[in-house]
Design a protein around this ligand. Structure first.
Ligand code: ADP
Ligand code: MG
Length: 670
């Protein structure tokens, strides 16, 4: 980093940035003095930017088509894995595409908040995302492409030199600390010998870390002298995703102290946290085990809390769970409140990052909408995310598709023709690819081309093929449209046939087995029909039935708590089997038996209850407990309400006990 950052070009770039920042900082300071220290500014929302890195040579899947793409400076879309005909659209405060430079991100999202440090306010910049998605590149960068940290330090030091120069009202000094949070431990990277440090809060709500090294810095060279060796102290480990994957949150703290040179000698302190968060990837895919798994657990827990904090701040919830993790506790005074915070979610275009990308976007997203516009058709090969289905709009063909197209698509088609042209021409120019493209898609591009031409666009045509070949293609498109229409008609015919066949089948069934469709209540079937369940019946009863095999037998059924006369049916063999035992005893004996059981249930002790058939010690206890809670049983069937006693058990309980009584056995105290 040192070589690149100190180049002349870099200096010039910085000088311009510093000039711009200095201009804004003066205005900021005036405003602040008017506001006064006692009035806290309203809570600031956490701003969220997303940066999509380009494909990186050598990484797996670099030759795959991207699974995510930008739409404009604030939104992007990603294929929806649940439905290939949809894309998920996300909206952020800023979106930086794969061609964006380090300067774009810095100037667009970070530089504007630096001036607040000179107003005595705090700020934080957090790089979030899965390992390998570009967090360190964004924050630190390389000598050739310095990231947010060197750029911010350069600007801040320049700014403080100017603002704190002799003759100006305030004297300014800058210090730096560098720490990492590893497995919920706060470790000082400027002093490798220090152990886990504690985070405290003073009476004014400022967060402090007693014992944390603070190095004064006056120049960028000073900064590098401390920062570079400390970076090497960072805890890094190898995971399957990245050889030197960061397993800890690296936190660079830059403090700007201001002292007024004249009375009333006020003091101000502004803190800037620049944080390269640990990877947010899913543990299950990193092959992490043992210590690595423990590390991942701690990382995911603190990132989860960070998500909750951001949500709570942005939704204005009364409780923000800062204290739930070391990371958020540390950021308590620099995330929300009067602080200015930006979260940069880094994402990668490769398909194997897809799930982590979606989860990073969901973490960062405030708004998300699903739109029906097949992404796969436009930039994904069919095999990448499953088979490509044609959407309704595309099946309709060009004129109808245009009608069916939502306002959003209209806007994309017209508002960003140049951007669309630039990216599409890159991907779509080879003729071989066009010939394998979906005709409806092709037609849309052709109309876009025509539209561009009619608007006098000088850019390269979307489909950079000679006119004759285009004509051939358009003819193919027409033919394919016709073919689609033909297929649709055929499909409709087939569907109609299937429906007719179904209707016929059901009619036939009705004719063959009319009883099946008749309402249950009116069914009357004799007991002569075979039972599925074997029931042991007294000989006497079997003889009775044999004497009148076709007769309808009406039995007294005491199911459903209402005594009613009902005839039984063969399709309900189990019910009938259970009911048959009631035939063996007289109604008086049945009623007597039920009453006896009911008395025992209401008055018997747990021990008495055990004298009942099918009631063991556990059920006896449950019955006593239920009775204490709900009062006496009003009927024997209430037993079903006792936990653990099912309707089926109930039947066999009644049968066993009443038949036992009928056989002259005693059942409990009389
Ligand atoms: P992370 O810190 O999220 O694990 P890195 O910053 O180490 O990811 O990035 C992984 C690789 O991708 C590195 O080789 C890095 O140089 C490269 N890279 C990341 N972002 C970009 C970018 N915007 N442009 C070019 N290369 C990038
Ligand atoms: Mg990293």
């Amino acid at each position: 980093m040192s070589a690149g950052v100190s180049t002349q070009q870099r200096q010039r770039e910085m000088a311009a940035a510093v000039a711009a920042a200095a201009a804004t900082s003066g205005a900021g300071r005036c405003r602040l003095s008017k506001i006064g220290a006692s009035r806290r500014p309203p809570p600031a929302r956490v701003r969220v930017a997303v940066r999509l890195r380009p494909f990186v040579d050598g990484t797996a899947g670099a030759s795959d088509p991207p699974c995510v793409r930008g739409m404009d400076s604030c939104s992007l879309e990603i294929a929806n894995w649940r439905n290939h005909q949809e894309t998920l659209k996300y909206q952020f405060d800023a979106f930086y595409g794969e061609r964006s430079t380090q300067q774009d991100i810095y100037a667009g999202s970070v530089q504007p908040i630096l001036r607040h440090l000179l107003e005595g306010q705090n700020a934080s910049v957090l790089a979030y995302g899965p390992t390998g998605a570009g967090k360190t590149h964004t924050m630190l960068g390389s000598p050739e492409q310095p990231g947010v940290i060197p750029r911010a330090l350069m600007d801040l030091l320049q700014l403080t030199r100017e603002e704190g120069a002799e003759g100006r009202p305030w004297a300014l000094s800058v210090t730096m600390s560098y720490l990492e949070i590893y497995q919920e431990k706060v470790l000082d990277l400027l002093d490798a010998t220090s152990g886990d440090l504690v985070i405290r809060e003073d009476c004014r709500g400022n967060i402090l870390i007693p014992g944390l090294t603070q190095k004064p810095i006056t120049s960028f060279a000073d900064f590098e002298r401390h920062f570079l060796p400390a970076s090497r102290n960072r805890t890094v480990g190898a995971t399957r995703l990245n050889q030197r994957s960061s397993r800890s949150h690296a936190v660079l703290l830059v403090k700007v102290d201001q002292r007024e040179r004249l009375a009333p000698f006020r003091q101000r302190e502004g803190k800037l946290y620049l944080i390269d968060l640990a990877g947010s990837e899913d543990n299950r895919r990193t092959g992490n085990k043992g210590l690595r798994l423990k590390e991942s657990g701690a990382i995911n827990a603190s990132l989860f809390v960070l998500g909750k904090v951001v949500d709570a701040l942005n939704q204005g919830l009364p409780r923000v769970p800062y204290r739930d993790s070391k990371l958020t506790r540390l950021l308590q005074d620099s995330l929300g409140g009067s602080a200015h915070s930006i979260l940069i979610a880094n994402i990668a275009p490769e398909r194997h990052f897809y799930l982590d990308t979606v989860s990073a976007l969901n973490f960062a997203a405030r708004t998300k909408e699903v739109i029906n516009r097949p992404f796969t058709n436009e930039s994904l090969q069919p095999h990448v995310l499953g088979p490509v289905k044609l959407s309704q709009k595309e099946l309709l063909g060009p004129p109808e598709a245009k009608k069916a197209r939502g306002p959003e698509e209209e806007e994309i088609g017209s508002a960003e023709p140049m951007a669309a042209s630039a990216s599409a021409s890159q991907k779509l120019s080879p003729l071989q690819k066009l010939s394998s493209m979906d005709p409806a898609m092709l037609e849309r591009l052709l109309s876009l081309d025509r539209l561009l031409a009619s608007q006098g666009s000088q850019g390269a045509p979307l489909l950079s093929t000679p006119k004759r070949e285009r004509m051939v293609l358009m003819k193919t498109v027409e033919e394919k449209d016709l073919e689609i229409e033909r297929l649709k008609m055929k499909q409709k015919e087939l569907e109609a046939k299937v429906l007719a066949q179904k209707a016929e089948d059901s009619k036939e069934k009705e004719n063959h087995c009319p009883t099946i469709l008749r309402p249950l209540l009116h069914r009357t079937v004799t007991v002569a029909k075979p039972l599925k369940k074997a029931v042991v019946m007294p000989l006497q009863l079997i003889q009775e039935q044999a004497a009148s095999p076709n007769a309808e037998i009406h039995i007294l059924k005491n199911k459903g708590r209402k005594r009613k006369v009902e005839s039984l049916d063969a399709p309900e063999p189990e019910e009938k089997a259970e009911d048959c035992w009631e035939l063996q005893i007289s109604p008086e004996l049945l009623a007597h038996g039920r009453q006896k059981i009911l008395d025992l249930l209401n008055e018997g002790s747990a021990r008495d209850l055990r004298s009942l058939q099918r009631i063991g010690p556990k059920k006896a206890q449950l019955i006593v407990g239920w009775r204490e809670l709900h009062g006496p049983f009003s009927q024997v069937e209430d037993l079903e309400r006792v936990e653990g006693i099912t309707g089926k058990q109930m039947e066999s309980f009644l049968k066993a006990n009443i038949l036992g009584l009928a056989a002259g056995q005693r059942c409990g105290p009389s």
